[in-house]
Design a protein around this ligand. Structure first.
Ligand code: PGA
Length: 259
């Protein structure tokens, strides 16, 4: 049985004081909820806040994640942060290949770079959350499943998945991110099942233990319907992770789907 992961992607939001308040609010809101054993929870603050947020998380079972890293170990890469540097903060996870980095921010990261980032993260002992997903044009052209196959296959070239922490996938349809438009539970399930089948071809039976998160306008009200899908194993939450109340409600709604 896969333990769901609910990860909050803060993106470039909040300041340090608000980030600390958010963590305190989430901790208080979760109270004795069974975080850790039944549902895993993580927050992914901006890189510069990883250390102080690690401190704010001390004594809790909430995990820390980064939003990105660079694949080189060291060198003349002004402004970049290596996987080892991220790991030093105590982070367990790192997001890799978020659509904003693939499509929006000047970096325009390609699949080859994401493959290198995946390997660097793994080498540093981090669990990568690899984001894949189609644009609205690709969906309209009925290319969704082909795009997912390509992104997954390209990212995993030469990358062995032998334990569930070697890889977390996040299906994030680009058209649903920050738009308020959410994939239907059926659309999510179709994409997730496809990713799991493809991963089974690439990596074998471990695919059944790898978590596939859904991301894109997850809110407290739509959480249950999405999380009930058999191949949805949690969520990558942007906007709704920025307020303790909505993030906690998403976590408790996920817990409730476990019966
Ligand atoms: P959203 O973002 O929940 O604000 O749509 C999700 C994401 O980008 O990971």
């Amino acid at each position: 049985m896969r333990r769901p992961l609910i990860a909050g992607n803060w993106k470039m939001n909040l300041d340090l004081a608000r980030g600390r308040d958010l963590v305190a609010g989430v901790r208080a809101g979760l109270g004795s909820a069974d975080v850790g054993t039944q549902v895993e929870v993580a927050v992914c603050p901006p890189t510069i806040y990883l250390f102080p947020i690690a401190e704010a998380l001390q004594g809790s079972l909430i995990r820390l994640g980064a939003q990105d890293l660079y694949y080189e170990a060291s060198g003349a890469y002004t402004g970049e942060v290596s996987a080892t540097m991220v790991a030093e903060t105590g982070a367990k996870y790192t997001i890799i290949g978020h659509s904003e980095r693939r499509h929006t921010i000047g970096h325009l990261e390609d699949d080859r770079m994401l493959n290198l980032k995946l390997k660097a993260a793994h080498q540093a002992g981090l669990a990568p959350i690899l984001c894949v997903g189609e644009t609205i044009d690709e969906r309209r052209a009925e290319q969704t499943l082909d795009v997912l196959t390509f992104q997954l296959t390209a990212a995993l070239v030469g990358y062995g998945v032998t334990s569930p922490d070697d890889l977390v996938l996040a299906y994030e349809p680009v058209w649903a991110i920050g738009t308020g438009e959410v994939a239907t539970p059926e659309q999510a399930q179709e994409a997730h099942a496809h990713l799991r089948n493809r991963l089974r071809e690439l990596a074998g039976p471990i695919a059944d233990e790898v978590r596939i998160l859904y991301g894109g306008s997850v809110k407290p009200d739509n959480t249950a319907a999405i999380m009930k899908q058999p191949d949805v194993d949690g969520g990558l939450i942007g906007g709704a992770s920025l307020k303790p109340d909505s993030f906690v409600r998403i976590i408790t709604a996920t817990l409730a789907t476990l019966g």
